[in-house]
Design a protein around this ligand. Structure first.
Ligand SMILES: Cc1cc2nc3c(=O)[nH]c(=O)nc-3n(C[C@H](O)[C@H](O)[C@H](O)COP(=O)(O)OP(=O)(O)OC[C@H]3O[C@@H](n4cnc5c(N)ncnc54)[C@H](O)[C@@H]3O)c2cc1C
Length: 365
């Protein structure tokens, strides 16, 4: 029987999400090069809306909510969806679930880092060979671009303060002097929530800035001054389309263009990407890792241009978006599965002048 080899570089979301589906490819054996101990990442939560493509993650989710809110100084909008709840799963839980699906006789894991030289990949000076190589090493980021950067922690209070029914997806009632700034709050119970301070700007702030902003927010809107901090999280996600082309291998995950530039969401898109790859291999089709539609990337470019040039209207943009559609529509829109009507409603709700100016700036650049 034919036995072909697939090499997967990386041991994160894209690499292991792909390897978990390896049982669909009985003709192949797999080598996973997951990086050495310097590449071990702290645990954190991945948020996503339930769709067909992430059903395994939904079934293993740490928490799910059917309601989510967007708050600004003057207004608030709560959206809900029974069909597409907002979910979170912890990184290590998902990666362990993926590993539990491995057929061990078919998969070898090397906890070592791969080095690139003149476009080829090496493990300890030995060139990586195989029929197919999928690479998910984190890409280098460009300088002077808009970034989504965030820090936060799980806050545990002695008193009941949080509404465990409703996620606060974006609350703009915080200091806007450093860039577009909002608080993201996932209520795990009445006493416990993950709270993050998130900024869209070109400069990372000090640790104290994010932490102070969270404390000020919890005091002002939850009358909460005494709480325990745990499970610290931080991240930086470029708000720019990154999709690297490499000779002789396929890039997946962040380096393979899975991150949606305007939102930073990638988990669902990675699940779509790996499912698409497996289907292509099963059907012996050409591998295509592209996951975002051209129109989505174009609309993202315009939105990012607006956010960059007119940051003061960001709260209005996200609030109007949430007011123009219902929860099912928003969940599908954020997961890249929307209808033309949804986009039309969103476009109509946007402030016209900044979007027209940004449209021309994008098409002429
Ligand atoms: C803190 C944080 C929170 C996020 N939250 C969300 C969220 O809520 N929802 C969402 O949709 N997206 C989120 N994202 C974005 C995205 O989902 C993640 O970045 C996701 O982990 C990307 O998957 P990946 O496989 O491309 O990269 P990673 O998961 O980062 O995996 C990269 C892998 O490459 C390995 N590696 C590195 N160098 C080498 C080497 N030389 N050789 C071999 N292996 C190597 C590393 O060990 C790692 O295993 C978040 C990102 C961050 C950073």
């Amino acid at each position: 029987m034919e036995n072909k080899k697939i090499n997967i570089i990386g041991g994160g979301c894209a690499a292991l999400s792909l390897a978990r589906l390896s049982t669909h490819l009985p003709d192949y054996s797999f080598n996973i090069y997951s990086g050495d101990s310097s590449n071990v990442y702290d645990d954190h939560y991945w948020g996503f809306w339930k769709t067909n493509v992430n059903i395994d993650a939904y079934n293993n989710a740490n928490h799910t909510w059917t309601k989510w809110a967007i708050n600004t100084n003057g207004s608030s909008r709560v959206l809900s969806s029974i069909n597409h709840p907002y979910c979170v799963i912890k990184r290590h839980k998902w990666l362990n679930f993926c590993k539990s699906k491995f057929k061990t006789s078919k998969i070898k894991i090397f906890n070592e880092s791969i080095f690139e030289r003149n476009g080829d990949l090496f493990l300890n000076n030995k060139k990586i060979r195989g029929n197919i190589i999928f690479d998910s090493r984190p890409p280098k980021t460009l300088s002077n671009i808009l970034l989504q950067h965030f820090e936060g922690f799980v806050a545990t209070s002695k008193k009941d303060v949080f509404d465990p029914e409703t996620v606060i997806l974006m609350d703009f009632r915080c200091d806007q002097s450093k860039g577009i700034h909002f608080i993201y709050l996932l209520p795990f119970s009445t006493k416990q929530a993950l709270v993050e301070s998130t900024i869209f700007s070109k400069n990372i702030e000090s640790k104290e800035f994010y932490s102070n902003e969270i404390s000020k927010y919890l005091k002002k809107y939850f009358n909460l001054t005494e709480f325990r901090k745990s499970n610290f999280e931080k991240g930086v996600i470029p708000m720019h389309y990154i999709s690297l082309n490499s000779q002789g291998r396929y890039n997946i995950g962040t380096r393979g263009g899975a991150v949606r530039p305007s939102s930073g969401y990638a988990f669902t898109f990675i699940q779509k990407q790996v499912t698409q790859i497996i289907e292509q291999l099963v059907k012996r089709k050409k591998i295509n890792t592209k996951i975002h539609k051209n129109v989505d990337l174009f609309l993202d470019k315009i939105l990012i241009e607006v956010l960059d040039k007119f940051p003061e209207i960001a709260p209005k943009i996200f609030l109007n978006l949430a007011k123009s559609i219902n929860g099912d529509e928003m969940a599908k829109f954020m997961s890249g599965n929307y209808s033309f009507t949804t986009v039309f409603k969103i476009i109509l709700s946007m402030p016209k002048i900044p979007f027209i100016k940004s449209f021309f700036s994008v098409v002429t650049s």
